[in-house]
Design a binder for this molecule. Structure first.
Ligand code: KIV
Length: 278
């Protein structure tokens, strides 16, 4: 038997127990190399349907399919061994009925090895969340700004500005938690409301564009690495400028190829070394 230390993955139960504890660190990941780089730093890797916009250049997340999510989730699970991997259910794969949600969530868990699914919605999704959890599918909720509802919400608009919206977000968050979600993402919500939701909801609240008071934070990794273009939303903090690094590297490579300074014989095989004899 190997004497290697086997590191156990963080479970959805571990995340659930982090309410008001050490903040949960979460990032999105869509590929094996990125998952490998992030795994030891984060508690949770989300295979977000934001991949439709970030990787595939779509305008919204509406066109993302379950097969796309499964392919990327398999890649992320392969590249990680520590973080809890959660997969977004894409638009149209769970809203029709609890049975549809179960069928597609079961596919996600069986075909990817991920620990659970995330779905967007508040009180209207509570019954579905309860149905899934009771049948062995851990669910991460998602309230506040819900990108899959971009067409009914009138765009990617910060939520919770008026008292009606604020009350609705709090009621949604409580309904999702009461239905059995192990945690929830609170996106694009004004800070005072996000703070109240975090204080009043029993499960961990993971914020994005929400509040420092949340029980954890999540960002789209390309945003924080400077890989998503010039303009980033206000809630993003850039920790690196990899876009500039890629631009610079591609420019130097193009220069070398055109100048025939790459490759040199050093990068070739079967080239006889010049003899050192005189
Ligand atoms: O799809 C996604 O990446 C998300 C995060 C922004 C929370 O839902």
């Amino acid at each position: 038997m190997s004497s290697d230390v086997v590191t156990k993955r963080i479970s959805t139960r571990d995340i659930r127990q982090r309410k008001a504890g050490i903040p949960i660190v979460a990032l999105t990941a869509y590929s094996t190399p990125m998952a490998r780089l992030l795994d030891r730093h984060v508690d949770l890797l989300l295979v977000g349907d934001s991949l439709g916009m970030v990787v595939y250049g779509m305008e919204t997340t509406i066109g993302v399919t379950l097969d796309m999510m499964i392919a990327h989730a398999r890649a992320v699970v392969r590249g990680s061994g520590h973080a809890c991997v959660i997969v977004d259910l894409p638009f149209g794969s769970y809203q029709e009925s609890p049975e549809q949600a179960f069928r597609n969530s079961a596919r996600v868990l069986m075909e990817t090895g991920a620990a659970g699914v995330k779905l967007e919605g508040g009180s209207e999704m509570a019954h579905t969340i309860e149905f899934l959890v009771k049948r062995g599918i851990p669910v991460l909720g998602h309230v506040g700004l819900r990108p899959q509802s971009v067409h009914t919400m009138g765009g990617f608009r910060t939520q919770g500005k008026g008292s009606d919206e604020a009350r609705k977000i709090l009621a949604d968050a409580k309904a999702v938690a009461d239905a059995g979600a192990f945690a929830l993402v609170l996106e694009g919500t004004v800070e005072p409301v996000a703070r109240i939701v975090t204080a009043e909801v029993a499960v961990p609240v993971i914020g994005i564009g929400a509040s420092p008071a949340c029980d954890g934070q999540i960002l789209v990794v390309e945003d924080m690495l400077g890989l998503s273009g010039e303009t980033v939303p206000k809630f993003v903090k850039r920790y690196a400028d990899l876009g500039d690094a890629v631009d610079n590297a591609a420019g130097r490579y193009a220069f070398d190829v055109r100048a025939r300074t790459f490759p040199t014989t050093e990068q070739c095989t079967g080239v006889e070394k010049p003899s050192s004899d005189h």
